[in-house]
Design a protein around this ligand. Structure first.
Ligand code: GSH
Length: 208
């Protein structure tokens, strides 16, 4: 049965369309126009109480009854559990997937997100302060990722939901002014992912 995906054309939204495509799950996109405040409408808040996209409704939940999930990291883990794809069952193998997924959710998203914000701030002094702080942290995180990818193809063993989570933000590297020429292992990982038809479909599908 089709999964309802409530989303918008943003990094956190793209993580889920990529995962759904790669997992070959049927889904229907319901655009939530965050520029017009649709994320604060009462019906959407019932699914996503934090008022942020993405959220999903799976009409065939764990016990066969519908279930809704918000927070992109929770959605990725749910879909991985549901399908048995891109999330190892073995605990030792799952640990790095959880580590790199949490690393993305806690830093490699919030930090470049602040760069996107401060790039639009009009006051020169405020913009400079914000950009200095958050660009430095964003570049530090790209450095961490670049070192991690020095001797491996994917961040946590086999291709996993952690790669999809990180990809959502790396997909916007130009917007937060990062060049892959400074982080060549990240660039190779990015090209490897984009060469996958499922990833390409997930990044292309219309979300707005
Ligand atoms: N931690 C949340 C963050 C979600 C998030 O920040 N979504 C943004 C779009 S990428 C949003 O809905 N923004 C609307 C707003 O800020 O009001 C997740 O990963 O799902």
């Amino acid at each position: 049965m089709t999964i309802d995906l409530y989303t918008w054309n943003t990094p956190n939204g793209r993580k889920i369309s990529v995962a759904l495509e790669e997992m070959e799950l049927p889904y229907a996109v319901h655009p939530v126009h965050i520029g017009k405040g649709a994320q604060r409408e009462p019906d959407f808040l019932k699914l996503s109480p934090n008022g942020r996209i993405p959220a999903i409704v799976d009409h065939e939940g764990p016990d066969g009854a519908p279930v809704s999930v918000f927070e992109s990291g929770a959605i990725l883990l749910y879909l991985g559990e549901k399908t048995g794809k891109f999330l190892p069952a073995d605990l030792r193998k799952r640990i790095p997937v959880l580590e790199w997924l949490m690393w993305q959710m806690g830093g490699f998203g919030p930090m470049p997100g602040q760069v996107h914000h401060f790039l639009m701030v009009e006051n020169e002094q405020d913009r400079r302060y914000g950009l200095e702080r958050y660009m430095a942290e964003t570049r530090r995180l790209y450095g961490v990722l670049n070192r991690r990818l020095e001797d491996r193809d994917y961040v946590a063993g086999d291709l996993s939901v952690a790669d999809f989570a990180i990809l959502g933000w790396a997909w916007r590297h130009e917007r937060h002014k990062v060049s892959f020429s400074d982080f060549p292992n990240v660039g190779r990982w990015y090209d490897r992912l984009l060469a996958r038809p499922g990833v390409a479909r997930g990044l292309d599908v219309k979300l707005d």
